[in-house]
Design a protein around this ligand. Sequence first.
Ligand SMILES: Cc1ncc(COP(=O)(O)O)c(C=O)c1O
Length: 463
Amino acid sequence: MVAVQYRAERTQSADADLARIIAEQEEIFVRRQPESARLAAGAKGHLAGGVTSSWQITAPQPVWLSYGRGSKVYDVDGNEYVDLHGGYGAALAGHAHPAIAAAVSAQVSQGTHFAQPTPNALVVAEELSRRFGLPSWRFGNSGTEATMDAVHLMRSITGRDLIIKIEGCYHGHHDSVQVSVMPSPDDAGPAEKPNQVPSSTGIPRAITDLTLIATFNDLDSVARLLDEYPDQVAGMILEPIMMNAGIILPEPGYLAGLAELLHSHGALLTFDEVKTGLTTGPGGVTQLSGVQPDLICLAKSLGGGVPVAAIGGTAAVMQHIASGGYEQVGTFNGNPLVMAATRAMLCEVATPEAYQRLELLRSRAAEGIERAIADAGLTAHVVTAGAKGCVVFAAEPVRNFRDFLGTDDRYSHAHWLYQHNRGVFLPPWGKTEQWLISVQHDEADIDRLVENFAVFARAVGEG
Ligand SMILES: Cc1ncc(COP(=O)(O)O)c(C=O)c1O
C-alpha cells in the first residue's frame, strides 16, 4: 500500500516536471523565432491555417524555413539546424545535393514538361526493377497517388471490393486508406476486432465500410477477415515496417506469412514503401525481407527532393495496365524534370557507398542515444531501420498500434523541443515520426543529436 502511494506521488511529481519542462522549452522555441511568428500570423489571411499542408501546423508554432544546404536547414530567423526532419522522410539526398542540382538544372533548360515518355524514365524503371525485384513500373506525383493506384489495381484485377489495412498505417489521403490511421483509444474498438474508424471528415461511410482493419504482426487477424469475407477481399496494403507510429518492425515470418495467406485466398499484397523505400536500404524492406509483394508503392525520397511516386508490379499485375484493364494516368506522370532528378538519385546519390556511410551513422546514433538512456535511467529504447530511427519512450518493444497508443507522447514532444532549441530539427508530431539521416550528414551532425538527447535525458530521467 505504501509502495503504491509512493509510486503515485512519484508519477505526479514526474508529470509536473514534464509539464514545466515542456512549457519552458516552448517559451525558448518561440523566443528564438520572432520572424516565423510574424509570418505565421500574417499568413493566416491567405494560406488556410497559415501553412501549406495541415501537418505543418505544429505546436508551439510552425517553423518557416529560408533554405537548405547539405545536412542543414536555416529558418527565416537565421537559426541553423541539423536537419533530421528531412521533409517528412523525403530528403535522403540531403539538401541541394550537387548531383540532383546538376540534373535538374540541365533539364530545366531542355524543357520541363511534355506528357510523353523520355529516356530517363526507362533508366529509372530498370533500376527500380533491379533493386525491388518487380519487373514493371509506372510513375505518379505523390505517395497518395501511388497507393490509390495500388488499391484500384487490386480491386480491378480481382473484381472484389474489400481491402485489408493495418490499424495505425498511413497510406496517404485518398478515401479507401483514410481508415483507422490514428484512431483514439475511445474509437478504436476491441483489439481483437478493431473498428473501421474514418480518419478524416468527408469520407463516405460506404467507402470506409470497404476497408477492413487488421493488427500488425498478427497473421490470425488477417486470416479471420479472409474467412469472414470469403472471395470478397481484393488484397491488403501495409507499410512493411510501420513508420507512422514511430517505427514498428515486422516479426520474423510475418511478411512472408501475409503473402502466403493472401495468395491462398486469391487476394493480392501491396507493400507501401513510400517511407521505407530507399531509406531502409537500396531495395527497401522488399529486398531486406526477401518477400515479394504483388505491388510496391514508392515516393518521398525517391526523387531526391522533387515530387515523384512510382508503382511497381509483377508482370501479371502490370499487364492489367498494359492491356487497358486499368487506366493508370496523370498529366505529370513521368515528368522529365522529375525523371532527371530521380535518375540522379538512384544512379549517383543512393549508391552502395552511401548506404555504407548511412549504416555507420545509424549505429553511431543508436549506440550514443542508448548510452544516454542508460546513464540517465530513462525508460526508453531506440528503434532504427537503415537511415530512419526513433526513440520509443517505453520499456517494452512496440509490436502494433495498440502498444503504440500506450506510449507517452509528452516525452516525444519534450524531446523534439529540446533538440530544436539546440539546433537539431527532428520531425514534429511527437511519437508518430522518426528521424532521417541523409547521405550528406556526418559524424558531427549525429554527435549533436546524441549530445542534445543526453541533455534532455538528464532533465527528465530518474538516474
Ligand atoms: C507510408 C506512407 N504512404 C503514403 C504516404 C502519402 O504520401 P504523400 O504525402 O506523398 O501523398 C505517406 C506520407 O507520409 C506515407 O508515410
